[in-house]
Design a protein around this ligand. Structure first.
Ligand code: 1QQ
Length: 382
């Protein structure tokens, strides 16, 4: 099209919209996830979940006739990259909102940028305490460890008659540290003795020193606040030391990566999650079948949460009359989101307002029940 033609078409569109006739526009949504690096197993599943939902929504005509366009960036599971990517999406690409980042650790670095620029940031996998205390523009549909781990611990006591446990966690990651704090409180509250507490650092691959100490204290189970790859290697090395204890883990365990590495060494691991492949609800069955058809593999919890999150945003956007002013539209989305209720692949969902902290307004957490799963033969079952 020539320049003159383009100008003509543009002014015709403007005249149209000024006359109150809706003009279809793209809705740009930023996706900032760990697509490479150790957290990529989570991040790629998350990206797939968004893609599946956005494609479905667009195939049905988009949102009030407007097409969803995902602007996808790789934040590599690193704080600095999450900051860079958030800045690019918010200031350069001028997206309406941002999904991500994958790890809580990165969210603590990047979410303040979204809050300062009054742009919704929606985490679908951030479960550490304090995420939504970063400000009123932070939302998540991932269920926080504080809501999941006490339930999982109680189930472990019931299942295995546990009286004393050893605890192992990563001490330089926001999620694994937060999970540790929550486990510690739950164990105290449920009067379960701790025989030993051990830590490791990001990137560690040899856990034998810690595990040998744990072995000497003869716990009934091992509590592990760990991301999937570390958890899997810890389990493998536990078995190679001849230890048979069951594991109890958090959200980080819920990845196919756990079984790719630990195989049936992970049997009897307990993990709490709102999503299960065994949930027979129609919405979940359809999600699982469509995911498999599109990506050639089975979805996981993280794909399911991303898929639902896109529908939650779509529901909010369906109530918003987009004005074309980015600032106004970002605020309108922020104001429409809290009221959304949804029943999707992860079941019934609503938002719950986070309490203000340090004089700062809170964002919105997930109000959703966790189901405790147990690992058998290389997968989690109910
Ligand atoms: C967090 C998590 C991880 C397991 C993300 C995939 O829950 O960092 O909060």
């Amino acid at each position: 099209m020539s320049y003159q033609m383009k100008t003509l078409v543009a002014s015709a569109l403007l005249a149209w919209s000024a006359a109150g006739v809706a003009v279809a526009a793209d809705i740009k949504i930023g996706v900032a996830e760990a697509l490479t690096g150790p957290a990529a197993k989570y991040g790629v599943a998350i990206k797939n979940g968004f893609t599946l939902a956005a494609d479905e929504l667009n195939a049905k005509g988009g949102i009030n006739g407007n097409k969803i366009v995902l602007v996808v960036e790789d934040e590599q599971g690193k704080k600095e990259e999450a900051i860079n990517v958030f800045k690019k999406l918010i200031f350069q690409d001028k997206v309406l909102m941002v999904f991500g980042p994958t790890l809580s650790n990165s969210a603590f670095a990047a979410d303040p940028i979204a809050n300062a620029s009054k742009t919704v940031v929606f985490g679908t996998s951030n479960t550490a305490d304090g995420i939504t205390n970063m400000g009123p523009f932070t939302f998540r549909n991932s269920v926080m460890e504080a809501d999941v781990l006490p339930v999982t611990t109680r189930a472990a006591v019931k299942q295995f008659g546990i009286k004393k446990v050893a605890v192992l966690y990563g001490n330089d990651d926001a999620f694994t540290k937060s999970g540790y704090d929550v486990f510690k409180a739950a164990l105290e509250q449920q009067k379960i003795a701790v025989t030993d507490t051990e830590t490791y650092a990001k990137g560690d691959v040899d856990f034998k020193a810690q595990l040998t100490k744990i072995k000497a204290t003869n716990p009934d189970a091992i509590i592990c606040s760990c991301l999937a790859e570390e958890a899997a290697n810890i389990i493998l090395q536990t078995r190679s030391l001849g230890m048979k204890q069951p594991f109890v883990g958090g959200n980080g365990f819920n990845s196919p990566k756990l079984f790719e590495i630990a195989k049936d060494g992970a049997d009897n691991t307990l993990m709490g999650s709102p999503w299960s492949a065994e949930n027979p609800a129609a919405a979940n069955k359809k999600f699982m079948a469509d995911y498999k058809a599109k990506f050639g593999g089975d979805p996981d919890q993280f794909a399911a949460q991303a898929f639902d999150a896109m529908y939650i945003v779509a529901e909010a956007l369906s109530k918003v009359k987009l004005s074309g002013s980015l600032e106004k539209d970002r605020l309108a989305l922020r104001d429409a989101l809290p009221a959304v209720k949804f029943d999707g692949a992860t079941g019934k969902f609503a938002f719950r307002r986070a309490a203000p902290q340090g004089g700062k307004e809170g964002g919105y957490d997930a109000q959703q029940d966790a189901i405790v799963n147990i690992a058998k033969g290389g997968k989690f079952i109910l």
